[in-house]
Design a protein around this ligand. Structure first.
Ligand SMILES: NC(=O)c1ccc[n+]([C@@H]2O[C@H](COP(=O)([O-])OP(=O)(O)OC[C@H]3O[C@@H](n4cnc5c(N)ncnc54)[C@H](O)[C@@H]3O)[C@@H](O)[C@H]2O)c1
Length: 276
């Protein structure tokens, strides 16, 4: 890939692994220059090498999305390297859950600070520059959990629902400034997300591994769906068909949806086991 000064520029958080890595490769194949922003420096360096092997201009930016300053400084790093940012992808995230009353306030703060406020910090940092230029695109990675709110994952659900809410608020607010917004709500797919899981419950850990393994879509499929949604300017990206059906069902029959969640809730009650 030969880049020119007009090749578009993407800043992707959590790009060292899983969906972020696939997004980095997908955008690179489309001619983007890509900044790999992550806390995991060794994995991020591998991704930068993969991108460079494709002929892509790429660099690593050390960024902990739970730290205000790391994101506040990011637009200047992009400006210095490439003169600005065209696409911001707020993807970095962690996994958590367990019975509601087993979760500590620390569990809640940790989750909200990364999975919600990490996205908020990204938007706060990059929107002013995009507004000044009158163009840009923001992709926020939420989850079906933020729409369907399954039992046993309260802190994860609430953080992702907040990402959906922020994204939905920003979509019309930023449109008059030439800035597009998409919000991505996948259900499970195989990545390294289980490594970050924080839970007091051994059963949540066991389930998480199973759910990540048994997905019908790969991270590369999700990245493809996101890229084409951006091209079409689609707001809500729900790549899994079963999840789309569940969402349609919930919107039409909320009480029945909640009734159906009882099966899962009973399993959580019966199988929860405190970790040693
Ligand atoms: N895998 C799934 O089933 C699934 C489903 C729905 C939504 N998601 C969401 O997709 C996104 C990507 O997750 P993934 O599944 O690719 O997981 P992953 O663990 O493979 O990748 C997540 C990346 O985020 C990075 N990260 C974690 N905390 C960070 C922080 N504080 N600052 C900067 N980087 C940080 C990690 O180092 C890692 O490289 C997350 O927001 C996740 O919630 C995943």
């Amino acid at each position: 890939m030969t880049h020119t000064n007009s090749s578009p520029r993407a800043f992707i958080t959590g790009a060292a692994s899983g969906l972020g890595r696939e997004l980095a490769l997908r955008f690179a194949r489309a001619g983007y220059r890509v900044c790999v922003a992550d806390v995991n420096e060794s994995r991020a360096s591998e991704v930068v090498k993969e991108l460079q092997a494709l002929g892509t201009d790429a660099f690593f930016y050390r960024c902990d999305v739970s730290q205000d300053q790391d994101l506040a400084n990011a637009p200047a790093a992009m400006e210095a390297r490439w003169g600005g940012t065209d696409v911001l992808i707020n993807n970095a995230g962690v996994a958590g859950g367990g019975p509601f009353d087993w979760l500590s306030m620390d569990d809640w703060h940790w989750m909200m600070n990364i999975n919600f406020a990490g996205v908020l910090r990204g938007c706060r940092a990059f929107v002013p520059g995009m507004k000044n230029r009158g163009s840009g695109y923001i992709i926020n990675i939420a989850s079906m959990a933020g729409l369907l709110n399954p039992p046993g994952m309260s802190n994860y659900n609430v953080a992702k629902a907040a990402v959906v809410s922020l994204s939905e608020t920003l979509q019309p607010e930023l449109k008059p400034h030439g800035i597009g917004v998409s919000c991505v709500c996948p259900s499970f797919f195989k990545t390294n997300l289980g490594e970050s899981l924080r839970t007091p419950d051994a059963n949540t850990e066991k389930n998480m591994t199973k759910l990540l393994e048994n997905s019908d879509l790969s991270a590369a499929d999700i990245a493809d769906a996101i890229f084409s949604a951006m091209q079409k300017g689609e707001f809500l990206v729900m790549p899994h068909e079963k999840a789309r059906m569940a969402w349609d069902f919930k919107r039409a029959n909320l009480d029945q949806h909640l009734e159906a969640q009882l099966i899962l809730a009973n399993q959580i009650r019966d199988r929860a086991r405190r970790k040693d």
